[in-house]
Design a protein around this ligand. Structure first.
Ligand SMILES: [Zn+2]
Ligand SMILES: [Zn+2]
Length: 434
């Protein structure tokens, strides 16, 4: 097939399929336009050689910056980290390479650092913000992300085929369910032995296959603030979508960590008329931040009887919704939450993972008509709303991003988030190039 080209029309030139043209004499050039052929030829050359030249430039730059190797902090055992080197992977046309900017650290990291769910070496880091460094042509065409874009990557790597994926609920897809599927891929969880190795954010680069779930970070958000998107997305998912927080809701949030504080922001934005947040005496600084972010009352559960205080604040009614954002507090948050809910029809969102619950108050749950939901990550839509919330600059979120750590300090960073390292950490940003 010989294309017909008006060589002086830029749009025509750009629409030539270079694969359909053997040499320039194949082109049908109507009229007296052969003097424009050099422009056509240049366009074809560019198309033919763009990928080749681009790959060469990236490889050259990598050599210049001595980036044949990627440095990563690898969890090698319980509470053990080693800095290891990995090769820069080849990037197929449908994949990309992300240069890490910020990896957020959360309570899940604390839990799985102390008690790893696998014996394999793992590059942790599942709340990842970075810049697309190299994007295959198909990756850009299909997914809409190009080199230089600042992005947030969900830790769920989808199958793209199942019903959950079509709903944007990648967290439920079997392809990312590491508990039941040994082949599952999830950033921060998948073994670093699985090629091309870069499956975690505590590294200079992260590999993005075709099925990575990627979001644009809106303009004007720093990578560090964007690092809050995961707790904020959980805030949207748990308080709005699961808990049903809305206009005039009364809400009890247990735990003033980054997660509880994010729930505070989202509940406030959604129109809650009362937000009560609980913590312990060591959470004093966090409780102050909670007030700045919109909490109406804070309760130190070590100094006051929290149930009596909730009853007092609500005039004996109790609250509409309880959100459990505690870590390692056992059955207490659920027992307290059930009692703190209103007489009938309240909702409690739980995230306990203890194997059993002796004397679970099923009678109270039934009689009060309580709905109990499980907090399990976030959907695509929750991430998009969270990014918009951050971009709105409506709340002083920089009060949450308190600390930064470099790659060599991953151990200290995780321990600090867990409350036994640097004091008063709320949200820690891991900067892999620091
Ligand atoms: Zn997390
Ligand atoms: Zn799926």
């Amino acid at each position: 097939m010989t294309p017909e080209v008006y060589a002086n029309r830029i749009s025509d030139r750009q629409n030539i399929d270079p694969n359909a043209v053997g040499d320039l004499s194949d082109l049908k050039v109507p009229g007296n336009q052969s003097h424009d052929l050099p422009a056509v030829a240049f366009h074809l050359l560019e198309s033919w050689y763009r990928d080749f030249i681009h790959t060469a430039i990236i490889k050259f730059q990598a050599r210049e910056n001595k980036l044949e190797k990627v440095l990563a902090a690898v969890r090698t055992g319980p509470s053990q980290t080693e800095i290891r080197e990995f090769p820069i992977p080849d990037i197929p046309e449908d994949s990309a390479l992300m240069k890490m900017e910020v990896a957020g650290i959360c309570g899940t990291d604390v839990k799985f650092y102390k008690e790893p769910p696998t014996k394999s070496p793992v590059i942790m880091g599942h709340e990842n913000i970075g810049i697309v460094e190299r994007a295959g042509r198909e990756f850009t065409r299909r997914k809409g992300f190009k080199e230089g874009d600042l992005v947030f990557v969900e830790h769920y790597v989808m199958c793209g085929k199942c019903e959950w994926c079509h709903l944007g609920e990648y967290r439920h897809c079997e392809n990312t369910d590491w508990r039941h599927n040994p082949e599952a891929i999830r950033y921060g969880y998948t073994s670093a032995e699985k090629a091309p190795h870069l499956w975690g954010g505590f590294a200079q680069y992260v590999y993005l296959p075709w099925n990575a779930v990627v979001h644009h970070v809106p303009k004007g958000i720093t990578p560090e603030l964007a690092g809050l998107v995961t707790p904020m997305a959980n805030g949207v998912e748990w308080s709005l979508f699961d808990g049903g927080v809305g206009y005039n809701s009364t809400v009890l949030i247990q735990g003033p960590g980054q997660q509880g504080l994010s729930q505070t922001v989202i509940s406030k934005q959604a129109g809650a008329s009362l937000i009560i947040i609980t913590g312990t005496s060591k959470d004093r600084a966090r409780l102050e931040v909670a007030k700045a972010l919109g909490a109406d009352y804070v309760i130190d559960v070590q100094k006051e009887d929290p149930l009596a205080r909730v009853k007092e604040i609500t005039g004996g009614r109790g609250v509409d919704i309880v959100l459990d954002c505690t870590a390692g507090a056992g059955t207490m948050p659920i027992l307290f939450g059930v009692d703190a809910l209103k007489r009938r029809g309240g909702t409690i969102v739980v995230q306990g993972e203890m194997p059993d619950f002796p004397n679970f108050p099923i009678g109270k749950v039934t009689v009060k008509g309580i709905t109990m939901k499980s907090a399990r990550g976030h959907s695509f839509r929750a991430c998009e709303l969270a990014l918009e919330q951050i971009a709105s600059k409506r709340f002083p979120l920089e009060k949450i991003t308190t600390h930064r750590f470099g790659l060599k300090d991953v151990d200290l960073a995780i321990k600090s988030v867990g409350g036994y390292g640097v004091p008063d950490v709320i949200h820690a940003s891991l900067l892999p190039w620091k």
